[in-house]
Design a protein around this ligand. Structure first.
Ligand SMILES: Cc1ncc(COP(=O)(O)O)c(C=O)c1O
Length: 484
């Protein structure tokens, strides 16, 4: 095969070959090791310490070799034993969508450049909103993930509530310091946002939570009132719908009431939990997503899209546009009434077609298909919590949405956990490492104050009851072997 960029015949041949290779991988994903836990030295050796190639090489060999290397030396979050973090297994149709999107290669910054893709993004946003019971007439945009989706909500809040001069003059347009409120369980994106958008991390007021890790609303209200008395300018409250560590859902209705009372922007971080609003198994508070001025939701979490895709929804579409729209002379897209130029709705200018994988997922499964998958995750997570009761030395700590936390307590420390906290913590850290290295399962961790917990998050189309049994067997076995 001639060594050029691929012509259509070469593309076809190599495309067939690589899909063959990848379909064998997908077929075997249930039975291979989840990870080989290789070291950086091992991986660098396998990759080869090469400098930039002077000349090109034969395409079909190149594609075959790198695909094989990636299949052999990756950690598979699509493996049924993967229950770490909130990185879901991806619907394979998303990979096909990405191939189509990259091959046609539209730039969805401007409608004129990507008319059909822009329409598909618009429809995808509307479908996501419908799925969450959010107003389908809302504005929105797809972004790279949860951090970015939350950044957009944060910046829009700052622009809309900060007053008419803030975009032009920055924070010096205000004679008061902006402050925002969120619970101590909030994901670390908020520190990045407060730094990036100029208010500083000290301007984040961390509100405590109750025993279910939900925001304490009485404290929220008191803190806002005190700040107003002390000359600060509150502008935003962030509620979480599915916290990163425990899956807790804040009292969204009460937060909304407080926001209305003080004229504050209400943003919900639903990066993980918002899709569960469609499930009848979810906490009732998730029915209140429609109260938010903006929501972050991550299709690459609980809508099983391939990485990367997040989404910001903003109730009033004009708010997103007035935050991000500028009109340089070199863009004369001059959108017609029905056209939408997405560069005016977010941080990116040139944009890829990440909507297609979400759209094709919805078309493939329909609303009901997604609800079935989400229900299955929630039910498995509850089952895990229940099954822990069969193990005398594993203690269940929490179960919310599809996250279950627990820890191993050696027999000799039962009844004296508080005095031996440090030793029990260290033991559970070692258990986590051993599970990782076994390549049979994957869990992450959570902390409650000083207590270290193992954390299983089910957002996995392939997990089943036998993966729960396998996980608990490993925890029990490693716990027993390490306890002396
Ligand atoms: C509640 C919550 N918000 C935000 C994020 C960040 O999302 P991403 O990793 O897609 O940026 C996460 C990630 O797990 C999350 O759970």
């Amino acid at each position: 095969m001639k060594n050029t960029f691929l012509n259509s015949d070469q593309y076809k041949k190599i495309g067939h070959e690589v899909i063959d290779q990848l379909s064998v991988f997908l077929k075997s994903i249930d039975s291979i090791a989840l990870t080989k836990a290789e070291t950086p030295e091992q991986l660098q050796k396998i990759l080869g310490k090469l400098s930039l190639p002077e000349n090109g090489e034969e395409a079909s060999i190149l594609v075959k070799e790198i695909t094989e290397k990636l299949i052999q030396h990756s950690l598979y979050n699509g493996h049924p034993g993967f229950m770490g973090y909130i990185t879901s297994s991806a619907l394979p149709i998303g990979a096909i969508a990405d191939l189509i999107a990259s091959t046609i290669n539209q730039n969805i910054g401007g409608y004129r450049l990507a008319p059909m893709a822009s329409e598909i993004e618009r429809q995808t946003i509307q479908w996501i909103a419908e799925f969450l019971n959010y107003d389908p007439k809302c504005g929105g945009i797809l972004v790279s993930g949860g951090n970015m989706a939350n950044f957009l909500g944060f910046l829009t809040a700052k622009t809309i509530k900060g007053g008419s001069e803030i975009q032009k003059k920055g924070l010096k347009a205000l004679d008061k310091q902006l402050v925002c409120y969120t619970s101590i369980e909030t994901h670390t994106w908020i520190q990045k946002a407060s730094d990036l958008f100029g208010i500083g991390t000290d301007a984040v007021r961390w509100i405590s939570t109750n025993e279910n890790r939900e925001m304490n609303c009485a404290e929220l209200n008191e803190t806002i009132k005190k700040d107003i008395q002390n000359g600060f300018k509150p502008f935003l409250v962030v509620g979480t719908a599915g916290s990163v560590s425990f899956g807790a859902v804040d009292p969204l209705k009460e937060i909304s009431r407080i926001c209305n009372e003080h004229d504050l922007w209400f943003h919900i971080d639903g990066a993980y939990g918002a899709p569960a609003a469609a499930s009848s198994l979810s906490p009732k508070e998730l029915m209140n997503l429609n109260l938010a001025d903006s929501i972050a939701v991550d299709p690459h979490k609980w809508l099983y899209s391939a990485l990367e895709v997040g989404c910001t929804l903003v109730k009033d579409p004009n708010h997103l546009r007035s935050t991000f729209s500028h009109h340089p002379a070199y863009y004369e897209f001059s959108a017609q009434a029905q056209e939408i130029d997405y560069h005016e709705y977010g941080m990116q200018n040139s944009r890829g077609f990440r909507a297609l994988k979400v759209w094709m997922g919805f078309k493939l499964l329909g609303k009901n298909g997604f609800i079935e998958l989400i229900d299955k995750d929630i039910n498995l997570s509850r089952l895990l919590y229940k099954k822990i009761g069969e193990y005398p030395y594993i203690e269940a700590y929490s179960n919310h949405l599809s996250i279950t936390t627990f820890r191993y307590i050696p027999e000799k420390y039962i009844g004296t956990e508080a005095e031996n906290l440090e030793t029990i913590n260290e033991l559970n850290k070692e258990i986590l490492q051993k599970i990782f290295k076994s390549g049979k399962a994957f869990v992450s961790n959570a902390y409650v104050e000083e207590m270290y917990l193992l954390r299983a998050c089910l957002v996995n189309i392939r997990s089943s009851e036998k993966d729960l049994d396998n996980l608990l067997m490993l925890v029990n076995e490693f716990g027993r072997s390490l306890q002396n």
